[in-house]
Every structure is written in C-alpha cells, then in structure tokens.
Design a protein around this ligand. Sequence first.
Ligand code: NDP
Length: 291
Amino acid sequence: MAKELNFKQDLTACYGQPVAENPTQVMIEAAYRHHGLDWRYLTIEVAPQDLRDAVRGARAMGFRGFNCTIPHKVAVIEHLDGLGESASLMGAVNCVVRRGDQLIGENTDGKGFVKSLRELVDPTGKHVVMFGAGGAARAIGVEVALAGATKITLINRSATRGEQLAQLLADRVKVDVKFVRWDQTYKIPEDADILINATSIGLYPDVTARLNFDVNTLRPGMVVADVIPNPPRTLLVQDAIARQCKVIDGLGMLVNQGIIGVEYWTAATTGTQISPDASVMRKALEDVFRE
Ligand code: NDP
C-alpha cells in the first residue's frame, strides 16, 4: 500500500532590507528541526515599495507568520488586520502571526529582552539606564516598565527621538523617566541597576565603535545588556566583563524573541504551543558567529 506523502512545508519568514546578514533563519530552522516541525523560515529581501505586495503574498501563500525588520516595523501595520497589546503600545511590529484568516502584528523584541534580563535580575523597582531611542529602545523601554522597573534614564544623540520616547513611556506605561541629551561623555549614575545599549553602536562592520560613556562608572554586580547580535562580544560586553558586571549579550535577546515568535506561530497553527529549546537556537547562532 502506498504511504501518504507530503511535500508541502509550513512557511515563515523574515522581511527586511538589507536582510542578507540577518541570522534569524539559522536559529529558527534549528529549532524546527529539533522539535520535528516540517516548517521553513525564509530570509526575504523586501523593498519598502513592495511591502504591501509581500504581505499579500504571505496571505495568498498561507504563511504561518513572518518577522519584520528594518525598515518595515512601523510601515507593515497598515497592511495587517490587528495588533497585539505590546505592538499597539509601541506602534511597531516585529512578528506577524496568522490567527485564523487574520494577520495580527505582535512585538516580541522587548519581551525577548525582558526574558533574558529575568535570567539575571528581577526588573521590579530597578533604575534602568538606556542608550538609544530607536525601535529596539522603544520595545525594551515599554517592556521593562511593564515588568516593574520604576525609573528609566534615556540617553540619546537626537533630542527629538529621545524626548518622543520619554513622553511615550511617561504617558503610556507610567514610569518615572528622564531624558538626557547625549552630547558629552556620559557618567552612569550611582543608583543605576541596569545599563542597556539599545543603539546600533558596535554592530558589524563598525565593531571598534564605542559608546561615549565613562567605563570607570561601571560597577561590579551591575547588569549590563547589549542588543548588538553581531558580533555578540562587543567592546561594551568586554568592558563589562572586565569590571565584573553581569552581562547579557545580543544573542540572548535574539534567541528569546525567536522563542516567543515560534510559540505564537505554533499555538495559532496547531493549537499546541511549542516552546523551542533556547540552547539549540543559541548554539546554531554561535556556530555562525564563531570566527
Ligand atoms: P534605529 O535605527 O531605530 O535606532 C538606532 C539608535 O541608535 C538611535 O537611538 C540612534 O540615535 C542610535 N545611534 C546610532 N548610531 C549612533 C551614533 N553613532 N552615536 C549615537 N547614537 C547612535 O535602530 P533599532 O532600534 O531598530 O536597532 C538598534 C540596534 O538594535 C541594531 O543594532 C539592531 O541590530 C539591534 N537589535 C537587536 C535585536 C536582538 O534581538 N538582539 C532586536 C532588535 C534590534 P539617533 O536617534 O540620535 O539617531
């Protein structure tokens, strides 16, 4: 008797431009293989003017969902059927999920970051000092405040972006927030518990770029987190390790936001949520970044 054959795999993807250096595919497909899911994750270059058609294509081809990265995180919203709570608060989507016949925008960046943070420290009542006010900073700022941080000091080069994010955090997540214009060497306040780099400083190929702050104001035991995934061992990570800080690198956030994405996609598709193994995903990324 002939056995049943199935050559149709479930599709997920990442839309971005540029996107070729984005390593998400490697970790997500490692998770699919490890958990026996006959799914694929495609890395797809989508230009801004083609985003509408790309989303229509995802609908037409039955994609289970897709990630959005630069420059689509805000622009994708008008092409979707609805937003989850975090995405709505942040006004940005990095993970689209097919729920029934609807495409719903979620934001897992900040949730992934907080999942990594909780492995080292409970954010409740903490003073967070964060460099940056772009998309990553917005996602992290909202989620650390929702997770219980009581004070956020934002440091950003552009005052307009910094003030906008400070306003959003004060209005929508009711945290005590202070904005500092980044026009000189910054000294970390003595009561800071957690320091975060949410800028793109240090991202490949500018790996020798340093954040303009006084490294002597890093204290042993302070939690220092960097969002830069490539390379994972940034100069900030190296400085923080040398000063006995507790360190979270950009792979932690990348893996954890990926885990949440797979949970959303599998729960919506099969009704049974699969929580992929973080160590399998991290190992896949480390293999890629090993020099
Ligand atoms: P955006 O372009 O939205 O924001 C970039 C931020 O970096 C802004 O605050 C910008 O300041 C600041 N910045 C850039 N260059 C400089 C500089 N030379 N001096 C001072 N400030 C600078 O990018 P995103 O927020 O989307 O992404 C930021 C980083 O986060 C990227 O490197 C990305 O790879 C990483 N990321 C990592 C994730 C992970 O899972 N690990 C997930 C998402 C993002 P200004 O406003 O003044 O321009």
